[in-house]
Design a protein around this ligand. Structure first.
Ligand SMILES: *Cc1c(COP(=O)(O)O)cnc(C)c1O
Length: 373
């Protein structure tokens, strides 16, 4: 028996014991055929998770945390003399802007309020005025706020202007409906420890094979993080270019087995009811959230710190942590918040148990949940 912690932070998420135990395997050299076969099946499964077409789409695996995907897609898919448009309403799209800055890639940082979805007319106007934009990028679910962005519309605008569309689906893929074709996406990305409920260390880009092949002659801006190089190595040898995260891959294979066994629709519904249970618990205690309900992803609730002199996030966090529940702080612009997330192998009864503990913490430290306005 492994102690079960309920992670309400935005990933890594709570995993099942069977996924944890899947990492304990006989030692194997990852250059063996047996291991290559594992990765082949895994890649095909990931394309299915994104509802891709196995002829048109492929999944390319990388060793690293989710940010490696952002780096790879941006540095690998920009042709010479062209520009990137980042539709930016949050911390994760800001990270993409920073990647552009580090590589010195021409880009437009189209910023808008972190409390709202982007203005599609501004996106369209920017594309009209900048015919040299070859890559449009945005974050599907801004994990820092819980805002779900209108990727289908942004993808359509990108395509109408002859640009490819890349979206960061790290905190949405496998948890809410997504269809790479219908959503007008050329490349999406995630890592194993979020929607798939496996371990950290494995990340993957899922997208259009023909575009990767066309990128062969684009400027090479990184050696370790190049999409074509890794794809080409997989195609020629069935292997990762460099050492894969062997045990994480076994855990991810088990997690995918459990993904299909639970069923996509059932899994989406479970995350949704956990999200509703979080809202219900917060409402009962008088907490307020930060983002309009109708643009929330269904995966993250950003909660305003109460205006009470006894409120102390660290004390509340530590009390919850000691009782097996992890909550996560975060500032949104100028608003102090903490987040409760519905990722992972958890269900409504875990949330009910959490609110018992949270209530105890509030009572212990004499915190009244109220707001000035
Ligand atoms: C978690 C996350 C990432 C990756 O973060 P890492 O710390 O590198 O794993 C990227 N984008 C989004 C939207 C995320 O939620």
């Amino acid at each position: 028996m492994i102690k079960r912690n309920i992670l309400l932070n935005p990933g890594p998420a709570t995993t099942t014991d069977s996924v944890k135990m899947a990492q304990v395997v006989p030692d194997i050299c990852p250059r063996e055929r047996e291991f290559a076969d594992n990765m082949k099946d895994l890649r095909a499964d990931l394309v299915r998770v994104a509802h891709g077409n196995p002829q048109k789409h492929t999944a390319v695996l990388f060793t690293g945390s989710g940010t490696i995907n952002i780096d790879i897609c941006l540095n690998s898919l920009l042709p010479e003399g062209k520009k990137i448009l980042i539709v930016n309403n949050g911390a994760y799209s800001t990270r993409a802007v920073e990647v552009c800055q580090y590589y010195g890639m021409p880009h437009i940082d189209l910023r808008s309020s972190v409390y709202d979805i982007p203005d599609l007319q501004a996106v369209e106007r920017t594309l009209d005025e900048n015919p040299d934009v070859a890559l449009v990028y945005t974050t599907h679910h801004e994990t820092g706020t819980g805002v779900l962005n209108p990727i289908r519309e942004i993808g359509r605008l990108a395509h109408q202007h002859g640009a490819i569309f890349v979206t960061d689906t790290t905190s949405s893929l496998g948890m809410i409906p997504f269809d790479i074709e219908q959503d007008n996406v050329d490349f999406c990305m995630a890592s194993a420890q979020k929607g798939l409920m496996a371990m950290s260390g494995l990340s993957f880009v899922i997208g259009n094979r023909a575009i990767i092949e066309a990128s062969k002659n684009y400027p090479k801006r990184s050696y370790y993080c190049n999409l074509f190089l890794q794809y080409d190595y997989f195609e020629k040898t069935g292997q990762m270019h460099f050492t894969p995260p062997v045990q994480t891959i076994y855990a991810t294979m088990q997690a995918l087995k459990e993904y299909w066994a639970e069923g996509e629709e059932q899994k989406f519904a479970r995350h949704r009811r956990v999200f509703e249970a979080i809202h219900e618990g917060l409402d009962k205690l008088g907490f307020r959230d930060v983002i309009r309900r109708d643009i929330q992803s269904g995966l993250v609730v950003s909660v305003k710190y109460p205006d009470n002199e006894n409120w102390n996030f660290d004390l509340v966090h530590d009390y919850c942590y000691d009782h097996g529940f992890t909550i996560y702080p975060g500032k949104i612009s100028t608003t102090d918040t903490f987040r409760l997330c519905s990722l992972g192998a958890i269900d409504v009864k875990d949330i009910e148990a959490f609110f018992v503990v949270l209530k105890e913490a509030l009572e212990k430290y004499n915190i009244k949940v109220s707001y000035h306005d």
